[in-house]
Write a protein that binds this ligand. Sequence first.
Ligand SMILES: Cc1cc2nc3c(=O)[nH]c(=O)nc-3n(C[C@H](O)[C@H](O)[C@H](O)COP(=O)(O)O)c2cc1C
Length: 208
Amino acid sequence: MQKPKVLIVFYSRNSSTELLAKAVAEGAIAAGAEVRMRRAREVVGHDVMRQAPGWLENATEMNAKYEAPTEADAEWADAIVFGTPTRFGSISTELKAYIDGLGGLWFQGKLNGKVGSVFGSTSSRHGGNESTLLSIYTPMAHLGLIIVPLGYADAAMFKAGTPYGATHVSQLDAVKPDEDHLAVARFQGRRVTSVARSLHCAQEPVAA
Ligand SMILES: Cc1cc2nc3c(=O)[nH]c(=O)nc-3n(C[C@H](O)[C@H](O)[C@H](O)COP(=O)(O)O)c2cc1C
């Protein structure tokens, strides 16, 4: 049977969102998906990136590991999973710039019916994880994506994450996602793959 194609497109400067993205990919691959991981590129200049220790170095390192997302990636995918650090309670400009660049595909109706899902990271416990994830539900709806939330559909959801998607609280980037938070991200990868398979992959013909 055809493998569900899952695009994981994220922005990250201090690796919390990147680590969640990798766990989403693990879950998707374990569920039988073909996965592309892409990192949205910088929008702010080096003058800004130099103002915090590690930002420029981390960005350079991640950009060497992950290709920039393209329109072709979105067209290829059966499912698109977005990942973002919170920026003032909402989506990062870097990820939003990629989403806005999908306007041509939107115009042609080429994203209609693909699966969409989202995960993210904040610094503080009430710093906006849920508002950020929900803010991405809006463009996902405009793009015509079939939004896949997590609910409490797995035991992992009773320990970490949110019903809207996997999350992490980095406490000023000092804490990386622990096993409980990674388990939620893996569940997200499995669930998205399962829904994408149901919607987009031809079923094996049933023997008469
Ligand atoms: C411009 C800017 C705005 C931010 N706004 C918030 C915020 O509203 N709430 C919060 O908890 N963290 C905020 N943060 C912190 C990041 O969301 C947090 O450090 C996140 O874990 C980083 O993820 P990353 O390691 O994937 O880069 C902000 C960071 C920056 C640079």
